[in-house]
Design a binder for this molecule. Sequence first.
Ligand SMILES: Nc1ncnc2c1ncn2[C@@H]1O[C@H](COP(=O)(O)OP(=O)(O)O)[C@@H](O)[C@H]1O
Ligand SMILES: [Mg+2]
Length: 332
Amino acid sequence: MSDAVVVEGLVKRFGEFTALDGVDLTVAEGTVLGLLGPNGAGKTTVVRILSTLLRPDGGRAEVTGLDVVAQAAQVRGVIGLTGQYAAVDEYLTGEENLEMVGRLYRLSGKEARSRAGQLLERFDLTDAARRPAKTYSGGMRRRLDIAASLIARPRVLFLDEPTTGLDPRSRLGMWEFIADLVSDGTTILLTTQYLEEADRLADRMVVIDRGKVIARGTADQLKAQVGGERLELTVGSVEGLTRAAELLRPLALDDPRRDEQTRRLTLPVTGGAATLAEALRLLEGSGVELLDVGLRRPDLDDVFLTLTGHAADGAADEAAENAETTPAEATR
Ligand SMILES: Nc1ncnc2c1ncn2[C@@H]1O[C@H](COP(=O)(O)OP(=O)(O)O)[C@@H](O)[C@H]1O
Ligand SMILES: [Mg+2]
């Protein structure tokens, strides 16, 4: 299997600031690579260089064997890009948006119309096709944006945070569309802050932080690298969370992770059932109301926290802010 994307020693500076500091990665043809990292890690910068929107200061990158600097125009002919922020013309209808993009890719009027029709159908937008995009919900816009990036049937698709800001139902729908594209043979490089998304869609992952690759492998390899088990408990109150964290601290290999909203405490531990029993003994008579307790294998969130020192929660906050139910979708 050959590589559809090859990135070697990629460097990008913005003035004094080094945004990419020697990034290496490959994406095998017909597979999905998840590019993960906290906010500001350099994910979008990689995508912009690969899609010829930005020139690197060092290293090189190829897409389907074409150099992104020397053969930029040809690269544009084989890729599709969906940006982090949907690039849809508000005043055009969904159908007009897609036809316009088709014409930009030099399809004939007839081809552009027929391709737009297929994509509107595939992305569940046929009913909304004749409405201006400004009446669309966030989820519908995202779908329209991805449909636009597929007009020219790209062999390689870059998806920069395709589901950030989508509600859970639209996110599931988007995952299905992405899986369909892969089964059609499209190669995908996907950036995301949702680790569940990467776990579900990506064959391999590359984790970057501050412009450098800090880990790579399959989800299973990354989880194995973190090791141990996680003791997870849910308590009745935020005070209980603080108290439980204090009491259980001696059992934890590293700082416990606390989530006040769900009142869940997660501790990296070893020792299996014996550790669980010890935890219960430590909490006995403490007044902490224990609603749920259990042991589990590390998940990708734990991997991310261990590698970068912070949880991948940036997107979650943003999603809450952007959470949208526009009148259009609500009344549909
Ligand atoms: N055009 C630019 N000018 C100056 N700094 C930039 C520019 N684009 C990105 N950066 C900086 O480079 C870093 C990486 O940004 P980005 O690639 O957007 O990260 P990510 O997509 O992982 O959140 C950030 O610190 C960002 O502020
Ligand atoms: Mg970004």
